[in-house]
Write a protein that binds this ligand. Structure first.
Ligand code: CAA
Length: 262
């Protein structure tokens, strides 16, 4: 399905080989994630997710900011009932249902909802300027798009308590040390590095990639025994795919596999 027909105000979208690229583009507000931007983003991610020509996605922001969080000005005057009735964060939640991997490429601020969107992605490449953080405490609230859950699962209780209760921003090196991100590169290389990684993944057999992602994410939700059982079922299921037959035949014939992504 083509992305071209969709008018987009806050994000830019293009495709390079089998990689779908999405760039947050609301520079006047440091890419603050208002509901319209998030609808555009999630809809575009879902389009790539159902496009057979796409194997992996890269999500990036601007040169100095990935995203400074949810739009504070837009929600400042809302009542609790209005927030619950609108439930804008339900749209954000659809990111975790994407089947294909998403790589975040981050330069500059990834704060609040920006950090949470990054953590919804499957891999994160950060430029040296990247500044992560959950500063919601400083404006009288808490993370609302998964920060307390995803940061805690990655960094552990002590670190998550410190970062969320103080709102202290942290640099790429600290994010790397706690296992939040995959790699730090010079800012000028962030997108290129993410694209190179995405290209490698996009060239792998699509069904195996998607089921591997599914199984890894399951590890965050299940006891080990259930997770192992789930993994084994997905492993057996892949023997229904043409690419399993091709991959194992190609190995024995000592040639490169030609994937059908089926
Ligand atoms: N929402 C709305 N507008 C924002 C914004 C946000 N999250 N972040 C920045 N902006 C706006 C500013 O208001 C400013 O607009 P004006 O020019 O009209 O005044 C413009 O973007 C530039 O921002 P600054 O002048 O503040 O830029 P700076 O370089 O001095 O500071 C910053 C950068 C440290 C990122 C600072 O903008 C900041 O602290 N932003 C807010 C970060 C934050 O608290 N994020 C959490 C939001 S709540 C959330 O995300 C909830 C959730 O879990 C879903």
């Amino acid at each position: 399905m083509s992305q071209a027909a969709t008018p987009l105000n806050y994000i830019q979208v293009h495709q390079l080989d089998r990689v779908g690229v999405l760039q947050l583009h609301r520079p006047e507000a440091l890419n603050a994630l208002n509901p319209d931007l998030m609808k555009e983003l999630v809809t575009s991610l879902e389009r790539f997710d159902t496009d057979e020509q796409i194997g992996c996605m890269v999500l990036t922001g601007g040169e100095t900011v990935f995203a400074a969080g949810a739009d504070i000005k837009q929600m400042a005057g809302a009542s609790a009932i209005e927030m619950m009735a609108a439930n804008d964060l339900a749209v954000w939640d659809r990111i975790r249902l994407l089947k294909k991997p998403v790589i975040a490429a981050i330069n500059g601020y990834a704060l609040g909802g920006g950090c949470e969107v990054a953590m919804m992605c499957d891999l994160i490449i950060a430029g040296e300027s990247a500044r992560f953080g959950q500063p919601e405490i400083n404006i009288g609230v808490i993370p609302g798009a998964g920060g307390t859950q995803r940061l805690t699962r990655v960094a552990g209780k002590a670190k998550a308590m410190e970062l969320i209760l103080t709102g202290r921003p942290f640099k790429a090196q600290e994010a790397l040390d706690m296992g939040l991100i995959n790699k730090i590169v010079p800012d000028s290389q962030t997108i290129a590095e993410a694209m190179a990684l995405a290209k490698i993944i996009a060239e792998k057999p699509a069904m195996a990639v998607q089921l591997a992602k599914k199984a890894i994410l399951k590890a965050f939700e299940t006891p080990l025994e259930d997770g192992l059982d789930y993994e084994r079922h997905l492993f057996y299921l892949l023997f229904a795919s043409a690419d399993q037959k091709e991959g194992m035949r190609a190995f024995q014939e000592k040639r490169a596999a030609v994937w059908k992504n089926a």
